[in-house]
Design a protein around this ligand. Structure first.
Ligand code: CUA
Length: 358
């Protein structure tokens, strides 16, 4: 018997279908047992004292007690240690759940009244379903087109708010094939209770076969490259050199020096803000020239443009390590805004040099 399956014997737990499930359940059971233990202990003590020290005659005055240092220290220090243990264990689980590994398969999720859209790295889309491969790390980058939703997969023990105006992240490693519930766990309007779906965990070859069976659209990065041209971004963000706007090659994940002297990391949130509210963070050496694209692009399109910018920049997770390669040749004759064919697989040697920060 799988050592992790004993909790399934308790009928009101959902299946344990991700690598997080066992530890979350153990933690939950620990809290449950701890609460039960003290409930019984305190209840029994109350009952015992109630009887033992009951008033035996009318007008009986109890003996006054000044205090008892040892007793008071005991009931202060023991709960303190217990709560610190709960804090440390909970923080460990939280840290694991909210630190996505750099090599995860990245799926983009959009919440919208009242459906869930997902797009896989090669462009396959699905609605109210999520197909994921067994045993691979999967990272969901999520945002909302309207109100706050919450992406809840009970069998994975993951629940993350999906918030308009920002990206939130959830990751997991599916540990068991099968079909599981997907819920919206944040009241979001009339059809909130209908904003449900299913998560299908498949063996990796089956997942690949499934991907092949879904009509493949452009990958998000390719579609983003197209928007980049059709929205005329490339008129100012020239290919590999500074134009009216800063060059975007090699930008993703690096630190950007702003006009006000501060520094910001070029992550998804920064890029999104710079598309929708360009004046918020002006790059040093540039004017506040860019028009806003608020209302002109959907969240999905913004995400695609970001995927494109990612595909021409350092890979995630590598950004903090300085590139070992010295002075790479300046990207010169490359076709302007060529849609990257393998957006996520570019070897380090192909990556353009860091843009010359003015
Ligand atoms: Cu979306 Cu509730």
């Amino acid at each position: 018997m799988n050592p992790s399956s004993f909790l399934i014997l308790i009928p009101f737990f959902p299946e344990q279908a991700s690598s997080f499930a066992l530890e979350v359940d153990l933690f939950y059971l620990f809290l449950f047992a701890l609460t039960g233990f003290f409930t019984v202990l305190i209840g029994a003590a109350a009952l015992y004292f109630l009887i033992k020290y009951r008033r035996r005659s009318q007008g009986e005055i109890p003996e006054q007690i000044e205090g008892h240092l040892k007793l008071e220290l005991t009931w202060t220090i023991i709960p303190f240690l217990i709560s610190m243990f709960i804090f440390a264990w909970g923080a460990k689980i939280y840290y694991q759940m909210y630190t996505a590994p750099a090599d995860a398969l990245e799926i983009f999720v959009t919440g919208k009244q009242w459906m869930w859209r997902a797009q896989h790295p090669d462009g396959q889309r699905e609605i109210n379903e999520l197909h994921v491969p067994l045993g691979r790390r999967v990272k969901l980058t999520m945002t909302s087109e309207d109100v706050i939703h919450s992406y809840f997969i009970p069998a994975f023990r993951t629940k993350t708010d999906v918030v308009p105006g920002r990206y939130t992240m959830s990751w997991f490693t599916p540990a068991k094939t099968g079909t599981y519930h997907l819920f919206c766990a944040e009241y979001c309007g009339t059809q909130h209770s209908g904003m449900i779906g299913k998560v299908v965990v498949m063996e990796y070859p089956d997942y690949q076969a499934w991907l092949r069976g879904v009509p493949r659209e452009k990958s998000p990065a390719e579609a983003g490259a197209q928007f980049f041209t059709s929205l005329a971004c490339n008129n100012c963000h020239l290919d590999g050199k500074a134009g009216r706007g800063p060059a975007l090659q090699g930008l993703f994940g690096t630190d950007v020096k702003l006009a006000n002297g501060s520094t910001v990391k070029a992550d998804e949130t920064y890029l999104r803000e710079s598309i929708l509210n360009p004046g918020a963070k002006i790059v040093g050496g540039y004017a506040n020239d860019m028009p806003t694209f608020q209302g002109l692009v959907t969240e999905e399109q913004v995400a695609m443009i970001i995927q494109y910018i990612k595909s021409i920049g350092p890979k995630q997770g590598e950004a903090t390590a300085p590139a070992p390669k010295p002075a790479a040749a300046a990207p010169s004759s490359a076709a302007p805004v060529a849609p990257a064919a393998q957006p996520t697989e570019r070897p380090a040697s192909e990556r353009p040099a860091k843009p010359g920060a003015p």
